[in-house]
Design a protein around this ligand. Structure first.
Ligand SMILES: [Zn+2]
Length: 179
């Protein structure tokens, strides 16, 4: 995706129908200040978190457009038998994550609150980096899930997964004309 300034991000948010309570506490700079130009261009999914880091909006840029999805993330609860959360495969990027790094994400209010669908996910929502094998979690995942697949194919698969989630949420693209 293209790099956004704080001002462009505010403009993007204003072009959505999100409620002020969903966007007021977003920490744009805290969420993005560590990103290089390369990080931006290598991101198809980017979480802008609020103070709690468990809520925010997910900016998704894929072939069909740019989408702004309010999300809520929960860490997986430990299982009562083992006392540990079980490992998962992220529904977005298909990265294997141990229980401590596993989460579940819902997108409330994209369609209607009552039909929110939950997806298993990387708790850090760094899926764009995991598919490019830029994280230690992605390297562990490669050992756990033996797939004969290069990063390029993982990126394509992430795009397909994101599109399918966008379609099932019936989310509409926002205008993203700040070039
Ligand atoms: Zn992921």
């Amino acid at each position: 995706m293209k790099r956004l300034t704080q001002e462009q991000f505010t403009h993007l948010i204003e072009s959505t129908s999100l409620k002020p309570r969903q966007t007021r506490d977003l920490k744009f700079l805290a969420s993005t200040s560590h990103m290089s130009a390369e990080d931006w261009s290598n991101s198809e999914v980017l979480a802008i978190k609020d103070r709690t880091k468990q809520k925010g909006v997910l900016i998704v840029t894929i072939e069909s457009g740019t989408y702004v999805l309010p999300y809520e993330l929960t860490k997986l609860a430990p299982s009562s038998s083992t006392g540990r959360a079980s490992s998962i495969i992220c529904d977005l990027c298909m990265t294997w994550q141990s229980g401590t790094r596993a989460g579940s994400v819902v997108f409330p209010g994209v369609r209607t609150a009552s039909t929110s669908v939950g997806y298993l996910c990387c708790a850090d929502l760094e899926c764009s980096r995991h598919v490019r094998t830029l994280t230690s979690a992605s390297k562990i995942s490669r050992a756990q899930v033996r797939e004969n697949m290069n990063d390029e194919s993982r990126i394509v698969r992430l795009h397909v997964r994101l599109q399918s989630i966008i379609t099932s949420l019936q989310a509409q693209p926002v205008s993203n004309d700040h070039s």
